[in-house]
Ligand binder design. Sequence first.
Ligand SMILES: [Zn+2]
Ligand SMILES: [Zn+2]
Length: 344
Amino acid sequence: MTELPTDMRASVLRGVRDLAVERRPVPEPGPRELLVRVEAVGTCGSDTHYYEHGRIGDFVVREPLVLGHEAAGTVVAHGPGADPRRVGERVSLEPGVPCFTCTQCRRGRYNLCPGMRFFATPPVDGAFCEYVALHEGFAHPVPDDMPLERAALIEPLSVAVWACRKARVEPGTRVLVTGAGPVGLLAVQCARAFGAPEVVVTDVRPHRLELAAALGATGTLDARRTTCADAGFTPDVLLECSGVAAVTGEALRTVGRAGRAVLVGMGGDEIPLPLAHVQQYEIEVTGTFRYADTWPAAIGLASGGAVALDPLVSHRFGLADVAAALTVAARDETAVKAVVLPRE
Ligand SMILES: [Zn+2]
Ligand SMILES: [Zn+2]
């Protein structure tokens, strides 16, 4: 085995809008952990939110924190009890490791584990750095021909897979996706891959709607000009990915009888619910929180060509430019997903 360095570069959030590259010790892989050299990390709205506000809800950054949770890399070492044959493997990282023993974990809903340790969620450091240690069961091997930049985006794709599963999208399901950000664009593709013959997407940005159409949306609506109701589309499933309260309420009113609405987007704390419609049509409304057991399906979708991840990558930055990566969307309306390459 080649000698590993003892310290590494990490992009550290030291306070609101205060990111700096610092030297930190390379983590020591613990029991059943693998040490992974990080090759690509997607940026996410939650990273930007921590950078700009220092908190998301009850999660407050009190100590310096490494952001980044959409990561892929190469296994370079293993801790006690982990499979030594995995050194050299290329992996996509599932960034949350649950406790494995609580009621939620035992029922298979480990995304709801109260003891979850999730990258870039205080006090757990994330992946905008050169090396991370992770439980071997959460470092998922990817096919040899999958670029690691694509493997990093298995994480946001997992959010879409989980949303489609919660909505029970299947062949014949008519789907409305509100919001064509990265997760919305992945939800469109995932719904199609799950067999939805019609997937209509709404947004206010023409560039995003064009991209959605190119990626498989069967219909696009510019929400500045047309409402879902005007368009006469009655979905079985709403995948709400905009996080805009007014959009959510209006979209819920269009969902057909016995339909399902999955609220993925994060916006204000409260939204008005069109209660009469939800009751009379027996609409199931649910939130989603991350995902459970989605990596194998997401890797299959991304490697088999059913879902295209590469067109989402609009910008690339080195570790010294994480702040620029997290704010590019505010400067460039063509930005979709910025990726950080920690070795640059
Ligand atoms: Zn994310
Ligand atoms: Zn648990």
